[in-house]
Design a protein around this ligand. Sequence first.
Ligand SMILES: [Zn+2]
Length: 382
Amino acid sequence: METEKLFYADPFLTEFDARVLACEEEKGGYAVVLDRTAFYPEGGGQPYDTGVLGGVEVSEVHEKAGVVTHKCAAPLPVGETVHGKLDWARRFDHMQQHSGEHICSGLICARYGCDNVGFHMGAESVTIDFNADIPWEELLELEAAANRYIYEDHAIDIQLHRGAELDAIDYRSKKALEGDVRIVTFPEADCCACCGTHVARSGQVGIVKFLSVQKFREGVRIELLCGGRAYRYLSACWAQDVAAAQALSVKPTAAAAAVERLQGELSALKLRCAKLEESVFAGVAARYAGSGDVLLFEDEMSGDSVRRLCDAVAETCGGRCAVFAGAGSAWKYAIGQRGGDLRGLTKELNAALSGRGGGKPEFVQGSVGAERGAIESFFAEK
Ligand SMILES: [Zn+2]
């Protein structure tokens, strides 16, 4: 006997009573079948409901041949009446995402004459796939249209149709359908065959926000959020923006421009710093000219600066130049020797001082995990 689906008669039903028709032990719990249920089973891209049935947790709900099975944490008495209660926050979230998806798909498919070829409602984000290439700027226009449709608060119509009556309706569907087909209509936005649960009015979707678009198969995949999810996501982004703006001493709406300015300043400073380093390194190179093997310790520097300093001194010292930059027991190094072969030394160095790195015979670079004293002792013997 097929389960009576209370979620179709009233998608806002959160509690109900039903009789237990069957209860069988299965992997990880008990499979419970009722005469009627408000628990939506997985289907049409919409995840299943969870909640409590007869005082025990319902962790999964599936449907097979019209029979809905509830995976329960403990057995329920067959023949008895039990009370069921949905995790309504979860279900309403699914309804907001699902209805929002229909509105967006309807508007997008009508504009581009394309099809929705995939819909996934994950725990975090929702994705829709279309078999058309749609640029981001145009998607933002459609996002605005979808939000307008949401706050125009249209009533949603859901009817069962079959046969010639069904043939007369222009609806979206992923496959050819027979028998009674449930047609979900968002007037002037979408008409689609669907087995999911929906809000009653478009206003209940609240808001829709597109997050990204990427190429997918022959078209695009759009990531979006609706309702409470969109609100929470945008609130988190807003908090980030406010914190960034405060750090930059600008208004939240000017944060991006301020970051761009900061990046410009940083690039200019890096350039200036590199120029100053050049003259400092040239001075060091002049000081060590002709002094043979040299071992230098410097404050933390970029790997590139270590390389350039070493190169400059190796050019003039006439021996082997080793530069270590860092502090404590973490140092970057560069060693250079004109016409030398440093590979053997580097191997020993890495082995003795917990280091890593290498390079060409005349020039090597890497890092060591040892104190300055240990580095000095190593070179004293070389
Ligand atoms: Zn649907």
